[in-house]
Design a protein around this ligand. Sequence first.
Ligand code: ADP
Ligand code: MG
Length: 431
Amino acid sequence: MLIAFKDILWAEDAGAGKIEVAYAKPRGGHKFKASTALLKLRRSGDGNDVTAKTIMDHAYGSARPGKRILVLINPHGGQGKAEAIYRRHAAPIFAAARCTTDIVITKRRNHATEIARDVDVAKYDAVVCCSGDGLPHEVLNGFAKRPDCQKVLKTLPLCQLPCGSGNAMAVSLFGHPSPSLAALSIVKGCPMPLDLMYMTQGATTSLSFLSQSYGIVADCDLGTENLRWMGGIRFDLGVLVKTVSGTTYPCEIAVKYVHRDVSQAKAYYERHVDGHSEEDSSLVDPFTDSLALPPPRLGTVNDPLSDDWQKLHLESLSMFYVGNMPYMSATALMFPYALPNDGTLELLHWETSIGRVNSLNTLLDVEKGNHVNNPKISYSKIEAYRLTPKITKGYLSVDGESFPLEPYQVEIWPRAACTLSPFYTYANAAK
Ligand code: ADP
Ligand code: MG
């Protein structure tokens, strides 16, 4: 029997020349099951015998064994099975890896925000949200309310164990929405800096880690709550209906571009994809003395627009999407050139002039990320933007959560947060 070091969760001396190894046994389909094996050691006689410690060193590398995890479970996420999924697929792997867990089941909307605001962060090595993308969004915004916000964001990894209808974070980081794969990846993951998106709207500020969308996608994300029982399929169905109906979502945008067209974005990605970034040791950005949430570097939505932002009037906009993770679902590689901490956001939009047939084909191309080659689609890497909707009824989705349909501005906040990654980059970039 062969057990890969990457699957080993724990090793300890069992006496009589044997070592007991706990490991995540691959079951096919990206699923793993906690198992154990008793290894009989061969004595080499040269003093280099394999010990439980050498196995543990190989199995973990620079990752921390026995992590202390705060587990937050959203009983409302997905089809309402988050707790059962956690107990069945994740808890046995955490236990086998000698991780300790404190488990909280959220009682209401924004409960995770309150928990993150008040939690004693010194007690944990990670916060794991058994949910869709909604709970990580709430946790980030709870951290944002703390006086030690910058330090907590940067040093306490925020992770997702996929249990929702939208599990973009887990798919982007681990490559698949399998809860047991996520548990194993969290156990074996190292802290990795993550760029955040800092948003202002009216007098409020919010942090976003995944996306903002307006137009087709937002409508389908948020206008299909009544179809929650369908699971992820509800998004695809919603998009199809809207595409066929040709709805427009007029708006004005102003953008601070870094790489304006897709060939530049791609070239940039290819230059940076192999250069795994170093871990960041400086805790505080130089421009603030306090650890609380700093003001946005580029001002708020209420400030005059800066001259170096390009203004666009999009009268027949169909879809507007900004993100910082590659996968928006397991079957949508929406932003193929996204990197976790490259200091840029991905912006994608198209207008109804793309045509309905083309638009439908484009949605099919999204699965492999080929949509970005469509000349009617604009794909860029940007630093900041402002969006002013020209309609009063409709949806604005931030990380899959509903926001008021009012003007807002977003800028990148480089390396502000951290998560756990087994690859030190996004899963698609690691291949
Ligand atoms: P999904 O991907 O299925 O939408 P999410 O984890 O993103 O799942 O969560 C959806 C929503 O559930 C979030 O807006 C969150 O605020 C809300 N929520 C969290 N806990 C509860 C609860 N106990 N009751 C109702 N809603 C909740
Ligand atoms: Mg990025």
